[in-house]
Design a protein around this ligand. Sequence first.
Ligand code: SIN
Length: 316
Amino acid sequence: MTKTQPNKPNLSSTVAEVNFASYILNASGPRCTTEAELHNLGQSESAAIMTKSCTLLAREGNPEPRYKALPQGSIQSMGLPNLGYKAYLDMLPRLTQYNKPLIVSISGLSINDNVEMVSAFQKSAADLLEVNFSCPNVPGKPQLGYDFEQTDKALAAITKFGDKPLGIKLPAYFDFNHFETVANILKKYPVKFISSINSIGNTLVIDPETESPVIKPKAGFGGLCGSYIKPIGLANVNAFRQLLPKEISIFGVGGIYSGSDAFEYLLAGADAVQVATCYQEQGTECFSRISNELSQILSRKNYQDINDAKGALKLL
Ligand code: SIN
């Protein structure tokens, strides 16, 4: 006799009109630089394959040690190590075999770099283009997303080519004035999604035993990641969900280790979530585990579909 299985909730989601089979994917950052790592993501339950942020030319990144696991997350200053955008252009057709969205992360060191890469990837097998306005780790290069005039100028330049959905990876903001200013700039352009947030830039972790910072680049200043930043990510996602039209999708990023973390981002209004530090620490197994945990939470709360809980935060 076959036992009837209770219906599993539907975790499939749509981001920028592209279908995602589940709610959980990798963030640009850990373990997505080489072709082998991207195939590994293809074989995993990550809902998409997201690349490491690429630059015009290949980069080795910052000197080691540049990543340190912490009790509730990590600090890193990788400095955009990547193979250069042409390598990703070349490998994209080989990644289509996994039948899941391909997202290219682009992080030019100037507006012109971003223009060149965005126009090249517009003619590629990528499904979405995420342009990184928030890397804090290139010495001498400020985070574009904190300079509103340059953000506006960069968006004007990169949104002119092709129809592939283009989104922006934003830094964290901490002031309602800034949420509104950024939302108003985004609304002027055909931006189809945001990814919110990147690591909290330029934080400092000191080891009192060695009396030194725990990472080497930038005199120890680096991006803080993991559970430490989840409340900031939730606030940014929720603020932007309220300020942006629903046609602009939102990827939530920051401190997602469990189904409960993903559920909190869902309530805040995220259309899907990207996992970085947990994936760095646990490998591809985390995608299926977090999805299963999210599924159990939705079932327990009688949500049949992820969309029923999206943005459904209940205020006190
Ligand atoms: C890095 O490679 O330094 C991290 C990328 C980022 O923070 O955007």
